[in-house]
Write a protein that binds this ligand. Structure first.
Ligand code: PMP
Ligand code: GLN
Length: 419
């Protein structure tokens, strides 16, 4: 058979995402790898951000109805009209972002939206700037588009939260002239929520560099600390250069549906659609209709979901914070707490995660897996693990008990995790 290595792109994409092992074999994504570790060790899987509570029954009913109504063939390339209208209306209603239907494009999750946007908008050899840690799809998409990635860290701040290194941001923009700046707000994994002032600053930098701003707002409904999500398109001086990306998975506990969208100026939307149509053309016909009906209804589920996540965060994070010598973040948003073990051990996050799986049945995502080898963020999160509290209440309770057992063991023997 032909040599698979004679084509370079797939290998470069896997490499950019850190998936090539020392022996040359190809690893799974960190989410798959940690799911396997949890299964092999009988651990609570606090790794992948996949909810342990179900989608609302109204959403499931709406999908069933749409299937019975006959929405079972190809949807139009841009998406079903009902879906495009509902996304535009939801943006206006929830975030005061003026959106017309011809600006909206249906995508197979935020992942396809991001990849298609990068493929469409990055000049060959161009640079993409993103904040770090980052979602693992970004470097692979940038590599596919023939570009390079530069990063600015979001680091633990003295107030117990997180903050981007703004001085470095200015330096990196000036030095690298990015063609695209990716802004993931609310941010995975830190829960950092960019303020209007932060976004204005990014918007001005984008004007100076003549860059697009590509957003990733999949946690848009999940601000947990009483703050607000500000869509970058509503904060920057030149909203025409913003390409907004979001999806329904996190807001509606339906990550398997992969219903996402892009919002951009019509000409920009067309360019992104030109790429998207040859990735999937279309998908999820009846699910588009179901999500459209839920988006239009505003039936209270997202509020309930936010409350429920807040309660689960409280249970998990207070148990994490009972562990002496470790520091777990109080999440401003999203699904995750970031727990730093560096005072307790010289081990790195991967080794700590394995130790905790074997001895305490706890598995998370080592944060360095979401960073680039050798970067400031990689160093800062060397011994940090991301734990998801979006799991079922039973899993969250069990995990909280396990963290309390770890705390008790460390009280007895502070060197439990030392080496
Ligand atoms: N961006 C971020 C920051 C994410 O955490 C995720 C994972 N849900 C995605 C994008 C991908 O979203 P989707 O499942 O809609 O493709
Ligand atoms: N976004 C999810 C997370 O951060 C994972 C999605 C995936 O498995 N690719 O956990």
């Amino acid at each position: 058979m032909p040599d698979v290595m004679r084509a370079e792109l797939w290998h470069a994409m896997a490499d950019a995402a850190g998936l090539i092992r020392a022996d040359g074999s190809i690893g799974e994504t960190i989410y798959g790898e940690m799911t396997t570790l949890a299964a092999d060790t009988g651990s609570v899987n606090l790794g992948q951000g996949a909810p342990g509570t179900d989608a609302p029954s109204d959403l499931i009913e709406a999908a069933t109805t749409a299937m019975r109504e006959g929405f079972n063939q190809y949807a139009p390339g841009q998406g079903h009209h009902e879906f495009l209208a509902a996304v535009a209306e939801q943006r206006r209603r929830d975030f005061s972002q003026p959106v017309a239907e011809d600006q909206v494009l249906f995508t197979c999750g935020a992942t396809e939206a991001l990849t298609a946007s990068i493929l469409a908008l990055l000049p060959r050899g161009g640079t993409v700037l993103t904040f770090e840690p980052f979602y693992d799809a970004y470097p692979a998409a940038v590599t596919a588009a023939g570009g390079s990635l530069v990063t600015v860290p979001i680091l633990p701040a003295p107030d117990g939260g997180f903050a981007p290194d703004w001085n470095l941001f200015d330096e990196v923009v000036a030095a690298s002239h990015p063609s695209i700046i990716i802004v993931n707000t609310p941010h995975n994994p830190t829960g950092f929520v960019f303020s209007t002032a932060d976004l204005k600053r990014i918007g001005d930098a984008a004007i100076a560099a003549d860059a697009w701003i590509l957003t990733d707002e999949v946690y848009e409904q999940l601000v947990l600390d009483g703050g607000v999500h500000v869509p970058p398109a509503t904060a920057v001086a030149d909203p025409k250069r913003v390409v907004t990306v979001s999806s329904a998975g996190k807001s509606w506990n339906a990550t398997g549906w992969k219903i996402g969208w892009v919002i951009a100026e019509p000409r920009v939307r067309e360019a992104i659609q030109a790429v998207k149509q040859f990735l999937t053309f279309t998908s999820g016909g009846p699910l588009q209709i179901a999500v459209a009906r839920m988006l239009a209804e505003d039936g209270g589920f997202v509020d309930e979901n936010r409350e429920s996540l807040r309660a689960r965060a409280e249970v998990l994070v207070s148990a994490c914070r009972s562990v002496p010598g470790a520091h777990a973040s109080i999440p401003a948003s999203g699904y995750f707490t970031v727990m730093d073990f560096s005072e307790l051990t010289d081990l790195d996050a991967f080794a700590i995660n394995e130790r905790l799986a074997e001895r305490f049945s706890l598995v998370g995502i080592p944060v360095p897996a979401l960073c680039r080898e050798g970067s400031a963020a990689h160093q800062a999160y060397r011994a940090s693990i991301r734990y998801s509290f979006c799991k079922s209440p039973a899993d969250v309770d069990r995990a909280a008990q396990l963290f309390r057992s770890l705390a008790a063991e460390l009280d007895q023997d502070p060197d439990t995790l030392r080496s």
